[in-house]
Design a protein around this ligand. Structure first.
Ligand code: CTP
Ligand SMILES: C[C@](O)(CO)[C@H](O)COP(=O)(O)O
Length: 236
């Protein structure tokens, strides 16, 4: 049976957590690496469980760690854990298949965005509840963007006024996400990309600096500082 959080909630969250974390450097699968003494996945799930409208959480874990992840998360929140796939997209599809009937809003959230505030989870879910079929949290691009060619020669300067950096959780009507995954071809790096390919409009809501994706060692160091500042009573 699938574990539930808030039985009156209308949101299921899929948590792809099966990646290796190659860009973070050698070590355990990234979702199991420590931040403030706890695995990234624990931080991520704790914040998701704190969002009141979340009914179900399904984690896609590295295949070799499914039992360990179940044990790890048992004291944090009632979650369902499945084995992930070779690509993020496959991990999301496997988690989606484990969602029980009920929730009509599906969020997809990277375990690697471990410090994402529950408020962002609720704001994405609310935008779907209000009628959007696909919603992504975004931040403006803060650097000048260049297009480069061979030998790293600059070809031009891109107009960044229409560019956005995309985060998770990404939110969808359940039927929209299911159809997009059913039709998926080559792996894309986010779920909104699959939905776009189906011709479904995707809308943006403001993201959060705290939803940074821990990808490289600098990101982990930054997250450690943010968490330590929170423990000293500042934001988070
Ligand atoms: N086969 C995969 C690959 C990625 N992910 C998850 O997708 C999220 C976003 O991926 P990213 O942060 O890029 O993680 P990795 O793929 O682990 O990173 P890298 O490319 O550096 O190995 C992560 O929570 C990661 O665990 C997954 O569930 N299954
Ligand atoms: C889904 C995502 O987090 C949105 O920014 C991102 O695309 C995942 O990136 P990855 O490096 O391809 O895993």
């Amino acid at each position: 049976m699938t574990a539930q959080l808030n039985p009156r909630g209308d949101v299921a969250v899929l948590v792809p957590a099966a990646g290796a974390g190659v860009r973070l450097g050698p070590g355990r699968p990234k979702a199991l690496r420590l931040l403030g003494g706890e695995p990234l996945l624990v931080h991520a799930v704790r914040r998701l469980a704190a969002a009141g409208s979340v009914h179900t959480i399904v984690v896609a874990a590295p295949a070799a760690d499914v039992a360990g992840v179940r044990e790890l998360l048992a004291p944090v929140a009632p979650v369902t854990v499945v084995a992930g796939g070779a690509e993020r997209q496959a991990s999301v599809a496997l988690a989606l298949a484990a969602v029980p009937p009920g929730p009509e809003i599906i969020l997809v959230h990277d375990a690697a965005r471990a410090l994402t505030p529950p408020e962002l989870v609720e704001s994405v879910a609310a935008a779907v509840r209000e009628g959007r079929h696909a919603v992504i949290p975004v931040l403006p691009v803060v650097d000048t963007i260049k297009e480069v060619g061979a030998e790293e020669m600059v070809l031009g300067t891109v107009d960044r006024s229409a560019l956005r950096a995309v985060q998770t959780p990404q939110g969808f009507r359940r039927s929209v996400l299911a159809a997009a995954h059913a039709a998926a071809g080559d792996a894309l790096t986010d779920d909104a990309g699959l939905v776009e390919k189906q011709g479904v409009p995707v809308f943006c809501v403001p993201g959060s600096e705290y939803a940074l994706k821990i990808t490289r060692p600098f990101d982990l160091a930054l997250a450690e500082h943010l968490l330590a500042a929170a423990d000293r009573g500042r934001t988070l």
